[in-house]
Design a protein. Sequence first.
Length: 186
Amino acid sequence: MDRQGFFDIMASFPSGVAIVTTTDGNGEPYGLTTTALASVSSDPPTLLVCLDLASRTLPIVRTSGRFVVNFMRAGRSDLCLLFASKAEDKFARVAWRRTPGGLPLLEQDVLAWAEVRTQQELEIGDHVVLIGGVEDGGALGHGLAPLMYYRRSWGVWAPAHEVGDATPMQPIEVGGRDLRWHGAEL
């Protein structure tokens, strides 16, 4: 399997989008965008996140041993693009606050968040899998839709009973709002 073929396969699997944030030893915030995360266990609460070995944020996450997974809401693709970039100060024009544990939380832009302490690391290929225990968090965006990533485009999830037999290229109306799968801002 070549790299492009693998990308094509994985692009066919819609994923939620998250921004992983942490701080360095001076309390300066760092973050990156990911779609590679999953719950591992509910007892104890555990999740995993996969980070690129070339990420500038990864060494900070490793040193800190703690991070926040910010589960992004629809309409925040611009923020996810910023955190996927190599921009120097990603937090300069972003509203955020510190969690009780002192880590960056993008509270106005999320459906939920989880503060995680790394328990295990596993390097596979060009990524590292971080498995960690959830120490704090909460669901904030009740009634809001999650931001999704599918076939290299941003989108929004909606329950099947709200969209009927719509295809990704057709207009979808949810809650009186016309939504389209393709498009940067939904």
